[in-house]
Design a protein around this ligand. Structure first.
Ligand code: ADP
Length: 152
């Protein structure tokens, strides 16, 4: 019984850690970048998701592996097709703030069936303007878990 309580206490301690302590660098492309270049970036950076920003550096879209595969199946000229046409755009992007917890990040990724969350700071809520600060992925959570277990 005590063991169970202790496990729960530790799990709580883990999951209540802040996003700010675990966020990784976002891999970013301009929203005018071609789908072809985005695919190259995906391989070069070894990531599953790219974020598109506008000229001011604000978050404009999310481009996942499936988005790129779908575009590639479309038989279009990928060198001419901008990622802005195929990405998931604001206001449909699920984001997270630095001050939120790993629990909230995990819940959002599971509930919305997505692999990553852009970590943002709100600039202007009305205009959906968010500064992109980082990313949280399912890998981030797994890595955080390993680190947590190794510390103990
Ligand atoms: P994959 O395409 O590798 O399965 P995801 O499951 O993350 O990657 O993406 C599935 C779909 O959800 C894609 O169309 C993608 O654009 C979209 N998506 C991914 N992350 C987010 C997010 N944070 N907010 C909104 N949509 C997202």
């Amino acid at each position: 019984f005590n063991d169970k309580l202790e496990v729960k206490r530790q799990a709580k301690k883990f999951i209540q850690q802040k996003v700010s302590d675990f966020k990784a660098h976002p891999i970013v492309v301009e929203k005018s970048t071609s789908v072809y270049n985005a695919i190259v970036q995906l391989f070069l950076e070894d990531v599953g998701t790219l974020y598109a920003v506008d000229t001011e550096g604000n978050l404009a879209g999310v481009i996942s592996r499936k988005d790129l595969l779908r575009a590639a199946l479309g038989n279009k000229n990928l060198q001419e097709l901008p990622v802005s046409v195929i990405m998931t755009r604001m206001p449909n992007i699920i984001t997270i703030n630095s001050e939120e917890t790993l629990l909230e990040a995990a819940k959002k990724m599971i509930n919305f069936h997505i692999d990553s969350l852009p970590v943002v700071k709100e600039v202007d809520h009305k205009n959906n303007t968010y500064l992109l600060l980082g990313r949280i992925t399912k890998t981030t959570i797994t890595r955080a878990y390993l680190e947590f277990m190794e510390e103990k």
